[in-house]
Design a protein around this ligand. Structure first.
Ligand code: SAM
Length: 256
């Protein structure tokens, strides 16, 4: 999979890309991340990428010219053209289901803003998918781009030591609920013990406990994740079981 990142600060990515699993994936050519500084697409002697907002107001706005020239040239570097993501606090807040969709794509371009953000015509012309990390404001799109690369990368086949993690993680395609509590050694720490059920080796019972705990945690912390379908299943499971009527004992010889 290939990422093309358009940023004014490519150095921000150096530590992130040169450590741990992301580095390994690039060494194995499973992942390519290409950084493009769109300041290199300026034509004036000050390498200007931004200017004051028309109508007044604080800060500087990224101009359409250099950025769009950069996008268009980077798109021609290889096939297929990249799906374009533009980072913005005004974009759609990302969910795991979006990350799963991105992980199916061969190539993604992420545009990182700075300052007061982008001239509106950039979106009008490129028609990117505008994406947000959440309802808060960052200084730039680089942290958002790193979050997207990492979340997508861990869904690629073979990226994680144990592929099952990506299925059981919170929000993932198993049930889209939160994962339940987890424990490791020691069995007792400051008077707190590991639930007995996790120690008895009964994997069917452990799986059921984990599902129940995940559901309980989701109801407590993120009731918004409980869909109608999940609610129906909960109601079904909690329905009081009707006692079966004892069948009257019949004398097999009564009608004989
Ligand atoms: N003036 C803009 C607004 O109010 O919507 C905010 C601009 S912000 C200071 C500069 C850049 O940081 C944005 O263009 C975007 O690339 C990035 N950014 C800030 N918050 C973000 C978020 N929540 N998600 C994704 N990117 C964000």
């Amino acid at each position: 999979m290939r990422f093309d990142i358009l940023t004014l600060f490519p150095e921000i990515f150096s530590g992130f890309l040169s450590e741990s699993l992301l580095k390994q994936a690039q060494d194995n050519q499973q992942l390519e991340v290409h950084l493009h500084n769109f300041r290199n697409w300026t034509h004036d002697r000050h390498n200007t990428v931004d200017d004051r907002p028309f109508g007044g107001g604080p800060g500087m706005v990224i101009m359409p010219g250099p950025l769009i020239d950069c996008v268009e040239e980077v798109q021609t570097l290889t096939e297929p053209p990249a799906h374009i993501l533009l980072t913005s606090p005004q974009g759609k807040p990302l969910k795991q289901i979006d990350i799963e969709r991105f992980a199916q794509l061969p190539r993604i371009m992420i545009i990182c803003g700075r300052y007061e953000g982008f001239d509106e015509r950039i979106s009008q012309i490129l028609q990117p998918e505008e994406v947000s990390l959440g309802d808060f404001v960052l200084n730039g799109g680089e942290v958002a781009a790193m979050a997207i690369i990492e979340a997508v990368f861990r869904l690629l086949p073979g990226a994680l030591g144990d592929q099952l993690s990506a299925v059981t993680d919170s929000f993932s395609f198993g049930d889209r609920l939160l994962e339940g509590p987890q424990y490791t050694r020691p069995r007792e720490y400051r008077g707190l013990t590991v639930p007995e059920i996790l120690l008895n080796g009964n994997h069917q019972a452990i799986d059921k406990w984990r599902l129940d705990e995940g559901l309980k945690r989701t109801i407590e912390r993120r009731p918004d994740l409980i869909t109608e379908e999940i609610q129906r299943k909960i109601d079904e499971a909690n329905k009081p079981k009707r006692k079966r009527k004892a069948r009257p004992k019949t004398d097999p010889d009564a009608n004989a």
